[in-house]
Design a protein around this ligand. Structure first.
Ligand code: NAD
Length: 490
């Protein structure tokens, strides 16, 4: 375990370069490759999450007024689950995977060896600043890499706590935290990494990818976008409404990458859905929802201004059917529902990432899929229906990072599913075994002996050798036998 030092000196390109060199030298010593080192670090993350749960909850409250239940379950427990799974499965994940060989290499055996990439950079965002910082780090450590974590400056209490905890609990010769904003991140991005994992918006995603391209560094980009929820008729609206409310306002007050961004439904369902949502909101957060302690605040005044701009647009402000109240001093915006906002409004064209929920009506529920596909590919798309055919159409027609039918957000907690976006919502994925794979190189290894050294592939080339090689390449044993007979004639 390393010492705890507050980063006081300027962190520029030179400082970044010497840090990466130190980490690379240590990585090359082979220390992080051992199973023991990996498991020890993962256990230390688990211990840190347990020992310091209250400090983490406090930091998240300071940054986001995040309710304790949300911090404890959606950040700390999720991270602990990721660690526990990695610890349990690591031996199995690290084991080379035996694979079949082909006739062309007969006799031989083959395996896929997972090797660490080297020194990796993890850049994380402010909305789940604890989980989204350490969840990729768990994958990077499990895969045997050295890691630098750059948490978000927009959640300063969690960033500083992460620096302190990583200093106290983890092996700092291979795992570091660099705090800072654009200048520090830019200095980090100038360095040569073996992988960069970035979670955040797609504008910065492009900056990260351009910087990575200079060194041919692979990237895992966990981005966002507008996640739609399609609501069909003849469903249990009460359950649907509860699940939409829980996955929107109950997850960091809408500041979640997979929160429902907007709803698509038919006119006949829309009003009933609004009533059901209002009812559940009141049951969850009371009559004065702006004051509820169970709702996070907006992270800062810039995001507050961004959200109120969406709400105050002329063509949108008259469409509020619930909420709309705000308190600038406390950075609070009440859960707000809007009905029939125009498709060309700002709120329908930007990722909302906050407590506003527009409902957009369509003639037929099936047309929702065209509306979704007319935009950029979302990180998640949801459908509420009992109709089997509609489910099938949705799965076939809608391209998104992931799909969830009849609920919101909880697909993230299924570690057998990859979590990641597609096109504008990201590239690559992690969670469970996918996290280990995301930070590993899959090295194909073929083993041969000196026996069975058939001369057919060596010059001088003959027609017989050609026929035999063609048969071998086609994988047909019969063809090989025929060619052998042919060969023996030559
Ligand atoms: P953010 O502002 O905290 O930025 C993310 C990181 O990028 C920070 O560490 C920040 O320091 C760094 N950064 C900012 N500007 C930079 C620059 N010019 N150059 C280099 N680095 C820079 O977070 P955000 O972008 O506001 O996060 C919200 C977005 O992230 C949303 O779009 C959301 O959907 C997405 N998101 C995606 C996931 C996912 O898992 N796919 C999870 C959470 C958030």
């Amino acid at each position: 375990m390393g010492s705890v030092e507050k980063q006081t000196e300027v962190f520029d390109s030179e400082a970044a370069s010497s840090m990466v060199k130190e980490l690379r030298d240590e990585f090359l010593s082979g220390k992080s490759r051992s199973y023991e080192w990996r498991v020890t670090q993962l256990k230390n993350i688990l211990k840190m999450s347990e020992d310091r749960e209250q400090d983490i909850v406090k930091a998240l409250h300071s940054d986001l007024a995040k309710p304790e239940l949300e911090s404890s379950i959606y950040e700390i427990s999720m991270l602990k689950n990721a660690c526990t799974l990695a610890i349990k499965k690591l031996k199995h994940w690290m084991k080379p995977e035996k694979v079949k060989t082909s006739l062309i290499s007969f006799p031989s055996s083959a395996e896929i060896v997972s090797e660490p990439l080297g020194v990796v950079l993890v850049i994380s965002p402010w909305n789940y600043p604890f989980l989204l910082s350490l969840d990729p780090v768990v994958g990077a450590i499990a895969a045997g890499n050295a890691v630098v974590l750059k948490p978000s400056e927009i959640a300063p209490a969690t960033s500083s706590l992460l620096a302190k905890l990583v200093g106290e609990y983890l092996d700092n010769s291979l795992i570091r935290v660099v705090e800072g904003a654009v200048a520090e991140t830019s200095a980090l991005l100038e360095q040569k990494w073996d992988k960069i994992c970035y979670t955040g918006n797609s504008r910065v995603g492009r900056i990260v990818m351009a910087a990575a391209a200079k060194h041919l560094t692979p990237v895992l980009l966990e981005l966002g976008g507008k996640c739609p929820a399609v609501v069909d008729s003849s469903i249990n609206l009460k359950v649907a409404a509860r699940r939409i409310v829980a996955g929107k306002w109950g997850c960091n007050n809408g500041q979640t990458c997979v929160a429902v961004d907007y709803i698509l439904t038919t006119k006949d369902v829309a009003l009933k859905l609004v009533d059901a949502l209002k009812h559940e909101l009141e049951g969850f957060y009371g009559k004065n929802q702006l004051e509820s302690k169970d709702l996070s605040c907006i992270v800062n005044s810039n995001h507050f201004a961004r959200l109120t701009k969406l709400l105050d647009e002329d063509k949108v402000s008259g469409k509020i059917v619930h909420g709309g109240e705000r308190d600038k001093a406390k950075l609070k915006i009440a859960p707000t529902i809007l009905l029939d906002v125009p498709q060309d409004s700002l709120i329908m064209n930007e990722e909302i990432f906050g407590p506003l929920l527009p409902i957009f009506t369509v003639e037929k529920v099936e047309s929702s899929f065209d509306v979704i596909n007319s935009g950029t590919k979302p990180l998640a798309a949801y459908l509420f229906t009992d109709n089997k055919k509609l489910k099938e159409q949705f799965v076939m027609a809608v391209s998104a990072g992931g799909l969830l039918i009849n609920d919101t957000v909880i697909h993230l907690a299924v570690d057998a599913l990859p979590f990641g976006g597609v096109q504008e919502s990201g590239m690559g994925s992690y969670h469970g075994k996918f996290s280990f794979d995301a930070f590993s190189h899959k090295k194909g290894v073929l083993y041969r002996s000196f026996a069975g050294d058939a001369p057919v592939r060596y010059p001088p080339y003959t027609n017989g050798k050609l026929t035999f090689m063609k048969a071998l390449m086609s994988g047909s044993i019969l063809g090989v036998l025929c060619a052998l007979i042919g060969l023996s004639k030559n």
